[in-house]
Design a protein around this ligand. Structure first.
Ligand code: ZN
Length: 188
């Protein structure tokens, strides 16, 4: 798709005829190729191609997202949401996981994580494991009161996930035979 309009060319330094170009570009991410949409402008006068820095779609970011999706990896906002769900700072979570806080910050902002770090982050999302890690490294959350609140929160999550498993299991073992006038409603 090509559309022309008059706009300012950063090379000609004047108003010229610009073409708006929407195309696909192959971007290599760790030896794998991903086809991503790119959006740029081309000056009809000097042929310079340039992107709008305010363009919300960043091709490299899109390629990283495709890579993570293909491999079933966490996206930046999932990492951030996990941290925020426990009200942890980047430094605190990074210390618990033995990652640098700069590294964690980069991941939350879209850098592609290492395979080893992906594994650590994914493992941390198991509340039982996460609780063990915090108990082994309490100094990662120096504020004792905050630490206790978080530990409590994790314990509640463990209880919830165990209850969920229990109910699921129950459903599987044919709840019908237990069902009578006094049956406990399954989906409360
Ligand atoms: Zn130009």
């Amino acid at each position: 798709m090509k559309e022309c309009f008059t706009g300012f060319c950063p090379r000609c330094l004047k108003e010229t005829e610009l073409k708006e170009i929407n195309a696909k570009e192959n971007i290599k991410v760790r030896e794998e190729i991903f086809s991503v949409p790119v959006h740029y402008y081309k000056c009809s006068s000097c042929n310079e191609e340039f992107m709008n820095l305010n363009d919300p779609v960043d091709p490299l970011d899109t390629a990283y997202r495709l890579y993570r999706k293909k491999h079933g990896w966490l996206q930046p906002e999932e990492i951030k949401n996990f941290r925020k769900s426990y009200n942890l700072t980047q430094k605190e979570l990074a210390d618990i996981l033995s990652l640098g806080d700069v590294t964690l910050s980069r991941y939350e902002n879209g850098a592609l994580q290492d395979a080893a770090h992906e594994k650590i982050l994914r493992t941390a999302m198991n509340p039982q494991v996460f609780l063990n890690w915090i108990e082994q490294k309490p100094e990662a959350i120096p504020d004792r009161e905050k630490r206790n609140v978080i530990i409590q929160q994790i314990r509640e999550r463990i209880d919830t996930s165990m209850n969920t498993l229990y109910w699921l299991d129950w459903e599987k073992t044919d709840i019908i035979q237990y069902s009578n006038k006094n049956a406990i409603p399954l989906a409360a």
